[in-house]
Design a protein around this ligand. Structure first.
Ligand SMILES: [Fe+2]
Length: 303
């Protein structure tokens, strides 16, 4: 029972996926309560005041070019490139994918590798310049605008993405989805430019808002996940609900937008909104600082 009051999202959980509780509308009650609590937390901590903060609040994401001053960016870029080369000399990039879906983490002294389908994710521990980024006050306000909670600085990584071949193994991160049932934040601060072929971030503007159409969709997806659990279909029990692109318009949402960006661009997104990893030419790479801020949804105190 306790799990329904946490961030637990998978319907394989006996309480989250409980058929009786879900018949009583539990999933949507969790969604609505989590929305109200994150609004309450935010009211305690931060109010959007700049154009970039209002954009994040209203559209669910923001891309900020030239985020750091040129000298600070150059120092961070040099540190990041040295760290990537150091990791590659110790552990050459693995050749191929292992499994469908999310692979296991392969740990090393510098961090870890993980495949999403054919896409390799290499997470490298941040150096001092990268660690300082996580303490940037302008960045920290953006994290609070999404969640009403300060982002722990330890949840930051230097993140190299090596795009795989979709023909070989599908990467489920390339399907539109929302990460979880409450407001949560991810960021990518791009060290190298991201071109259209490099798998740019794709987001559906305004899809973080809890409209009546969205609530109805949440209910439908929860019902399907409960049904999958009763049938023992593990794939259907995910709590990261997928959405077909053609369904977006039915929810009153606009076309998705892809965001190829120059280096020194910060993208912050509310991943309750629909997003995906963009299409990419196999072998292309992205390099960013990255963090995932997913505070417990039912704690009412902001920070
Ligand atoms: Fe996601």
């Amino acid at each position: 029972m306790y799990s329904i009051f946490t961030s637990m999202k998978v319907f394989s959980d006996p309480w989250v996926g409980h058929p009786g509780l879900n018949r009583l509308g539990m999933h949507n009650k969790r969604v609505k309560a989590a929305q109200a609590i994150s609004r309450f937390r935010r009211a305690q901590t931060v109010r959007p005041r700049t154009a970039e903060e209002r954009h994040l609040d209203e559209q669910g994401f923001v891309a900020i070019h030239d985020f750091l001053p040129a000298d600070r960016f150059a120092a961070l870029r040099d540190e990041a490139h040295a760290a990537v080369e150091g990791a590659a000399s110790e552990t050459p990039l693995p050749a191929g994918p292992e499994v469908w879906g999310f692979g296991d983490s392969d740990r090393h002294g510098w961090g870890f590798d993980r495949f999403d389908g054919s896409t390799l994710n290499r997470f490298i521990r941040p150096g001092p310049q990268a660690a300082a980024f996580a303490r940037n006050p302008r960045f920290r306000r953006l994290a609070r605008i999404v969640t009403g909670k300060a982002m722990p600085v330890r949840r930051n990584w230097l993140y190299q993405t090596v795009n795989g071949d979709e023909e070989e193994i599908h990467d489920i991160q390339r399907e539109f989805h929302r990460d979880t049932f409450f407001n949560a934040m991810k960021y990518w601060y791009f060290i190298d430019p991201v071109d259209a072929d490099d798998g740019p971030f794709v987001y559906v503007p305004g899809s973080h808002l809890l409209t009546p159409e969205r609530l109805a969709w949440e209910q439908k997806k929860a019902n399907a996940a409960v049904h999958a659990r009763m049938k023992g279909d593990r794939g259907g029990m995910t709590g990261s609900f997928r959405i077909e692109e053609r369904e977006l318009a039915r929810l009153g949402l606009p076309e998705p937008s892809a965001y190829p960006v120059p280096a020194n661009t910060l993208i912050v997104a509310n991943v309750f909104g629909f997003h995906r990893r963009g299409d990419a030419v196999p072998g292309t790479r992205r390099l960013s600082l990255y963090g995932n801020h997913r505070p417990q949804p039912f704690i009412p105190f902001g920070s």
